[in-house]
Design a protein around this ligand. Structure first.
Ligand code: NAD
Ligand code: DAO
Ligand code: ZN
Length: 374
């Protein structure tokens, strides 16, 4: 079939809207009509060329929601008409990692997904370019910047049909990452003191989850004071602007507010110096720091080992530790039941033709999340 897609032809070049060909789903695969997709920093990171694993040409996008239009042979858990959220972290329920129940990093299709291909090592996308038709790579196994995309069955969470696509697409990455980091990875307890570095699309979801589980102090840290207002609405109790207090005083400021350090801290900036501050702002003996931010290629983290010897714990989280097919439908329910807020985080919507504007808004710090509605 043919469909419209925003194609990334080369690093550093804007996406262009093209008519592409999509091959039908093969065994174990599903054709999805994408109804809405968020535009996330990770899409831009790859488009910019900074991602050493970025492949071109590709169809980016990994934060979508849509409807199953066709199922391949052997698909049993999904049927035509089901509403789904694509998962860049699949859940096969059969690999060593899935069976262990210790991690969400399913390995079933990891090798081919990382190469921009479907599990049989081919692409379902092609496009006429200079010099004829070219195969186009998949991205994070999702490619939600195409109106129709193909995914393995194990990379789709089936969700309720009354949930609005233009809101729940954000559960495909940002919401689940922030909320899952609190609930699955840190397991923040009621009454805990929490500090969140970076009050963007991820940090705000960390804050709302911390409030949901009954955290006591929820301290937000951001260089941009304009971020404080929204963060307060989501549950932030105290704000620290490193520029105002002095960057070298941030850890002390958190220790002062919490009587010795936070029980849990979260990095949602991707800056390795901030990751160090977050670790060192943890309470001696038990504080845990969760790295959510993805640092630029080649960056390394450092602290004095004595910080760990004296009981602080450094952890990371991918997709909030969520097992997508199991946990994502529950998060959709939380949204529909009013337990979590999404609407006000989606600050901009646009048609596919204007997708490059979403990147402009991101860089100008004007958006929390932009959503493309097909
Ligand atoms: P964002 O740009 O919306 O928010 C980042 C915030 O950090 C901004 O408000 C910015 O002002 C603030 N900031 C930047 N430098 C700072 C500093 N030195 N001190 C304090 N605040 C600072 O980004 P986002 O969408 O919220 O994503 C945050 C990070 O999470 C990114 O690195 C992204 O790649 C990563 N991420 C990780 C996962 C995962 O599964 N681990 C999933 C999605 C995104
Ligand atoms: O299993 O090794 C693996 C790959 C896991 C990929 C998880 C990606 C998490 C961070 C990506 C952030 C953006 C959306
Ligand atoms: Zn698995």
């Amino acid at each position: 079939m043919e469909t419209r897609a925003a194609v990334a032809w080369a690093a550093g070049k804007p996406l262009t809207i093209e008519t592409i060909k999509v091959q039908p789903p093969k065994e174990g695969e599903v054709l999805v009509e994408v109804m809405a997709t968020g535009v996330c920093h990770t899409d831009y990171y790859t488009l910019s060329g900074a991602d050493p694993e970025g492949l071109f040409p590709a169809i980016l996008g990994h934060e979508g929601a849509g409807i199953v239009r066709e199922v391949g042979k052997g698909v049993t858990s999904l049927a035509v008409g089901d509403h789904v959220i694509p998962l860049y972290t699949p859940e096969c329920r059969q690999c060593k990692t899935c069976l262990s129940q210790r991690s969400n990093l399913c390995t079933a299709i990891r090798a081919t997904q990382g190469k921009g291909l479907m599990p049989d090592s081919t692409s379902r996308f092609s496009c006429e370019g200079v010099g004829g038709s070219k195969d186009v790579f998949h991205y994070m196994g999702c490619s939600t910047f195409a109106n129709f995309t193909v995914l393995p069955e194990i990379a789709l969470a089936k969700v309720r049909k009354d949930a609005p696509f233009d809101k729940i697409c954000y559960i495909g990455c940002g919401v689940t990452t922030g909320i899952g980091a609190v609930i699955n990875t840190a397991k923040v307890w009621p009454g805990a003191n929490v500090a969140v570095f970076g009050l963007g699309g991820i940090g705000l979801n960390v804050i709302q989850a911390a409030r949901m589980v009954g955290a006591d102090k929820i301290i937000g840290i951001d260089l941009n004071p304009a971020k404080a207002e929204m963060a307060r609405k989501f549950g932030m109790t105290d704000f620290i602007n490193p520029t105002e207090v002095g960057n070298d005083k941030v850890v002390q400021a958190i220790q002062d507010l919490t009587g010795g350090g936070a029980d849990f801290t979260f990095d949602a900036t991707g800056n390795v110096n901030v990751m160090r501050q977050a670790l060192e702002a943890c309470h001696r003996g038990w504080g845990e720091s969760i790295v959510i931010g993805v640092a630029d290629a080649g960056k390394e983290i450092a602290t004095r080992p004595f910080q760990l010897v004296t009981g602080r714990v450094w952890k990371g989280t991918a997709f909030g530790g969520a097992r997508g097919r199991t946990d994502v439908p529950k998060i959709v329910d939380w949204y529909m039941d009013g337990k979590i807020e999404i609407d006000s985080l989606i600050t901009h919507t646009m048609p596919l033709d204007e997708i490059n504007h979403a990147f402009d808004l991101m860089h100008e710090g004007k958006s929390i999340r932009s959503v493309v509605i097909y």
